[in-house]
Design a protein around this ligand. Structure first.
Ligand code: HEM
Length: 393
């Protein structure tokens, strides 16, 4: 019988895909007694459950911290809200994340990408995360949220500390919690500054005007929403860019195809998102008894969506462990699905296209310095923490 625990060494330090395959084949709804939680591993089941907010709730948290290790209380963030408040807030944010608005960010993204690459050309070496994609992601996240873009590097430092894990410590460390506290202090200052400086047309302003239970959000709630936008907006994208850069180096024919026809780059980024989804899982809690993958789930139980497993489900993707930029699948799980699907999907896809276009145009023959690469290993987010590449100066 397959044995699965998201905190197990074999999952965090090894390759989780063989275990995920066994889960899909042998126990598509796997019960984790220790956490009174079910893990869904097949694409279709995750897709269906992600859309079901009648029987499931996000209000008790959606990360490993909330539902596996039961860290409460849940901070108010858009991803932890249920309808109707969630629907109202999402529609307030819609314009800022809509395709036409996001397309306006392209010149800024390209400028940062070019500057970062130019600064490293002579050295013949760049860390795809720290020297490149993280700058793009945090600047964009600050701009959309309504925070000063020049504070991006400071916020990046805090986000990185927040995700660090310690050997032998389950979940977040005390250093991670301290980073979150510091981040909240910064948001409080920014909120006060905005109140003094007056209204602008951005996401922070929408938050300041939003009312819940007939009252405006207090400063802690506002800071909490901002932390979701900054962490969600700046942390995942660099990991996805690093893995696609690495996969293209492993598949020189596919890299050459992208260089010869940059029109293939969005497909390549999409395949990278499918193949190496950094977020191993997110969660919901059962609100009303419900059945998924043949299992009867009770009120109060947790339910995990194993995204990385679903993205390698052979029931959805023929030959799923083959990396193929021409696959063009009709759907992937990397941005979730349903009412809570990623608000930043247009942002992430634009950042991915522009950063890859610039990289492949400037340093097409790069090589990955595997010895210098370092992985970030957590129970729910995995990927590279450092991924240096080298090229001819
Ligand atoms: C490649 C990069 C990204 C990936 C893989 C990603 C992935 C995801 C996923 C899987 C969810 C669903 C959460 C759930 O169902 O519980 C989500 C939600 C969300 N993402 Fe992203 N994301 C990315 C980039 C971004 C960016 C750049 C932003 C903002 C600038 C952003 C903002 C959000 C927000 C606000 C939500 C919550 C939406 C809601 O609950 O209604 N994401 N993201």
């Amino acid at each position: 019988m397959v044995d699965y625990n998201p905190f197990a060494d074999a999952i965090i330090h090894g390759d989780p895909l063989p275990i995920y395959k066994r889960l899909r084949d042998e126990a598509p709804a796997y019960y984790l007694e220790e956490f009174d939680t079910w893990a869904l591993s097949r694409f279709e089941d995750i897709w269906k459950a992600s859309a079901d907010m009648k029987n499931l709730t996000a209000a008790n948290g959606t990360t490993s911290a909330h539902l596996l290790t039961k860290v409460q209380p849940v901070t108010p963030m858009i991803n932890n809200m249920d309808a109707p408040d969630h629907t109202r807030l999402r529609s307030e944010f819609r314009k800022a994340f809509a395709a036409p608005e996001v397309a306006g960010l392209e010149p800024m993204i390209r400028r940062i990408a070019k500057e970062r690459l130019s600064a490293c050309l002579d050295a013949g070496r760049i860390d795809v995360i720290h020297d490149y994609s993280a700058h793009v992601a945090v600047t964009v996240a600050c701009t959309i949220s309504g925070l000063p873009a020049e504070d991006g590097p400071f916020l990046n430092e805090l986000v990185w500390r927040f995700f660090q894990r310690e050997e032998g410590v389950r979940g977040m460390t005390s250093a991670g919690l301290a980073a979150l506290t510091e981040m909240f202090g910064y948001f409080h200052e920014q909120i006060a500054r905005r109140r003094r400086s007056g209204a602008r047309d951005d996401v922070l302003q929408k938050l300041l005007e939003f009312e819940q239970n007939g009252r405006p959000l207090d400063d802690d709630a506002l800071a909490s929403h901002l932390s979701m936008l900054i962490i969600g907006g700046s942390e995942t994208f660099p990991k996805t860019l690093a893995t696609i850069v690495r996969r293209l180096a492993q598949h020189p024919d596919q890299r050459r195809a992208c260089i010869d026809d940059p029109g293939l780059i969005p497909d390549a980024y999409n395949e990278g998102l499918r193949y190496d989804m950094p977020t191993q899982f997110l969660m919901r809690q059962v609100k009303r008894p419900v059945e998924f993958a043949g299992a009867q789930m009770k009120e109060g139980q947790g339910i995990m969506f194993l995204y990385h497993s679903g993205n390698h489900d052979e029931r959805e993707f023929p030959d799923p462990d083959r990396f193929d930029i021409r696959r063009r699948p009709p759907r992937i799980l990397s941005f979730g699905y349903g009412p809570h699907s990623c608000l930043g999907v247009n942002v992430a896809r634009l950042e991915g296209r522009v950063c890859l276009e610039e990289l492949l145009a400037r340093v097409p023959d790069y090589a990955v310095d595997e010895a210098g690469a370092e992985r970030l290993l957590t129970e729910y987010v995995q990927g590279y923490w450092k991924l240096p590449i080298t090229f001819r100066a």
